[in-house]
Design a protein. Structure first.
Length: 202
């Protein structure tokens, strides 16, 4: 009987790579949409990570990735709100997709899970602008459309890369996905095969 482990070298490496990708994507020049603001690209990377990784890894990818981005910008006010908002976004999207929703028709349920994650981000930043940045409800309402567009763009990009280009299927066939992402309704954590000469499979 194979032993199982919660973390493997491959899982830690892949999670770190996706976390760094989220951070770096924040430095890609945003899309300017006057007068509602800027559209950043990190949400697309976060959603893609949720499709490929289980909840805990997804939390690290989304939350820590955006936390490090704000840290590098010395934007200390937003570091912990970003960690909380994008961490919760990523965790719930991955949890719904891999633990709750059925595996059949996965792209449809991935889109549904992303809508939940998008709602968290939109509501989260709405509250942050009022309670943390003290910019008032009017400013928060003005900025909300840019958040909606950013989430829509992120979902579309992640869906296209993962399912349109069949990235996840290719990774599964080649044995490159670093962890088990199968649905477990019993609430147990993922069980990962012990690393050996064989490629891990779902």
């Amino acid at each position: 009987m194979k032993k199982t482990t919660a973390f493997t070298t491959r899982l830690i490496t892949f999670t770190a790579m996706m976390t760094a990708l989220v951070m770096v994507s924040g430095f890609i020049p945003p899309l300017e949409i006057p007068p509602i603001g800027r559209i950043y690209w990190c949400d697309g990377v976060i959603f893609l990570g949720c499709f490929l990784f289980a909840p805990l890894s997804s939390f690290i990818i989304g939350g820590v990735g955006t936390f490090l981005y704000d840290l590098l910008l010395t934007n200390t006010v937003m570091m912990f709100p970003s960690l909380a908002i994008h961490g919760l976004q990523a965790f719930l999207v991955s949890f719904l997709l891999h633990k709750i929703f059925p595996k059949k028709h996965e792209p449809l349920f991935a889109f549904s899970a992303c809508l939940v994650g998008a709602a968290i981000v939109i509501a989260g930043y709405f509250l942050v602008r009022i309670l943390v940045q003290n910019k008032g409800i009017d400013y928060a309402l003005i900025r909300m459309p840019s958040d909606v567009i950013q989430e829509a763009a992120g979902i579309a990009a992640a869906m296209f890369i993962c399912y349109g280009l069949r990235l996840k299927s290719a990774l599964l066939k080649s044995g490159l996905l670093p962890e088990i992402a199968a649905k477990k309704n019993s609430g147990e954590t993922e069980e990962l095969p012990e690393e050996n000469n064989e490629n891990p499979t779902e």
